[in-house]
Write a protein that binds this ligand. Structure first.
Ligand SMILES: Cc1ncc(COP(=O)(O)O)c(C=O)c1O
Length: 393
């Protein structure tokens, strides 16, 4: 492993971290200076020069190459979307499914993953939810017994937003390859935080938004579509989706062959300011190194777990390193605890199982110590007033 990440240096890029203790990267990350500069440059170009669109369009391809590099994919396997939901919906409507085909999912996975598949029930597609305790991760064995001749797709998140489980996608990928099943992955939480190697993971389609680990504002999504899956065809079509778009801008009903690359799933103009910023943020992330970010957030997790153990507070999700990432949910009553932390300028999220703490590359061990200190302080006050931890409101 290379030298550890210098979080205090990374932190200089994130001015918001000077004002608050930011522990909510699973919700959205604060904007780094490099993204702000990229967006400002775009605004100046549009405002003062009415936009050099060919230059902007070339930047789309630069962004595509950078995303491809991040995922160990080819640039022509990457399409740009609006968010995760759009990517998963594209996948759900592209995969050839018949009435009676089955999609396997995990119970409680993100609704933006689930609804795309559930919506296919009107066409006779069956969606089967497999249950899994919050402190366990899914692997091939989670799904193996549920697979039958009708199973065509397994769709799940890489890292879960509600408990921080880091599912064993590689193992599930091997199962899918053996059984000839499409593997669709929602990488919203893992992208930019963990190495995501689509080839190693054996993914057919991967979708993510870019406003968390990829550090740009909402409104951009990435979609990986494995090459040669030509049977996956778009539902929406615009001229950019076509192999031979009409040069005179007159639609040709007799030639609507779609592109062979992932661009067949793109339609219409791009989010140009967002993509300009995305290319810049990926450069920044790569300059730190995703493997280093992974190691860093796990080290912060180790420190958090140690502090929680001393206070007798368990985790909702898994404790082992390889099974977790940057998201840690504490089973504390949400309303009062989130309120208390907010009053102390700590940003966290309420989650279904408790209070969600999530780290970014800019968090330091001192951030963890401060959080543990604040939790300990409120617990002490509760004990002094006659309440034990289990009874805490
Ligand atoms: C696992 C997961 N998927 C999807 C989303 C969001 O979906 P979208 O990018 O479509 O807004 C989130 C959180 O915002 C998430 O945690």
């Amino acid at each position: 492993m290379s030298t550890p990440l210098d979080a205090s240096a990374v932190r200089q890029e994130f001015p918001a971290t000077k004002r608050i203790l930011y522990l909510d990267s699973a919700h959205q990350t604060p904007m780094p200076n490099c993204v702000r500069s990229a967006l400002s440059e775009f605004l100046v170009e549009g405002n003062e020069m009415a936009g050099p669109k060919p230059v902007w369009m070339r930047r789309v391809e630069v962004a595509r190459e950078k995303v491809a590099e991040l995922l160990n994919a080819a640039a022509d396997e990457i399409a740009f979307t609006k968010n995760t939901s759009e990517g998963i919906n594209i996948a759900a409507n592209a995969v050839p499914l018949q009435p009676g085909s089955t999609v396997l999912m995990l119970e409680g996975d993100h609704p933006n993953n689930a609804y795309a598949w559930l919506h296919l029930r009107r066409k006779g597609v069956k969606v089967k939810f497999v249950s899994l305790p919050d402190d366990q991760v899914a692997s091939a064995s989670t799904f193996a017994d549920h697979i039958d001749a009708s199973t065509r797709v397994i769709s799940l998140s890489h890292v879960t937003f509600h408990a921080g489980q880091r599912h064993d996608i590689e193992d599930i990928g091997r199962l899918c390859a053996r059984k000839n099943i499409y593997l669709v992955v929602d990488a919203m939480q893992s992208i930019g935080v963990l190495p995501v190697d689509v080839k190693k993971l054996g993914v057919s389609v991967l979708a993510a938004g870019c406003h968390k680990g990829l550090l740009v504002p909402q409104g951009i999504g990435i979609l990986y579509v494995k090459q040669n899956l030509q049977e996956l065809q778009p539902v929406y079509l615009a001229m950019g989706s076509l192999a031979n778009p009409p040069k005179d801008y007159v639609a040709r009903p007799d030639d609507m062959t779609t592109r062979r690359d992932a661009g067949r799933f793109e339609f219409g103009n791009f989010n140009l300011p967002g993509l300009h910023a995305l290319a810049r943020s990926i450069e920044f992330i790569q300059s730190i190194g995703v493997a280093r970010i992974e190691e860093h957030v796990q080290m912060l997790g180790d420190r958090l777990i140690e502090g929680l153990d001393e206070l007798g507070i368990p985790l909702v999700g898994p404790r082992q390193r390889g099974q977790r990432s940057h998201i840690y949910v504490l089973p504390l009553p949400v309303a009062k605890w989130v309120n208390y932390l907010t009053q102390n300028l700590v940003r966290v999220s309420p989650e279904r199982g408790g209070v969600r703490i999530s780290f970014g590359a800019f968090n330091t061990p001192e951030d963890v110590d401060r959080l543990i200190g604040l939790i300990a302080s409120r617990m002490r006050k509760r004990v002094d007033s006659g309440n034990r931890f289990g009874e805490m409101d």
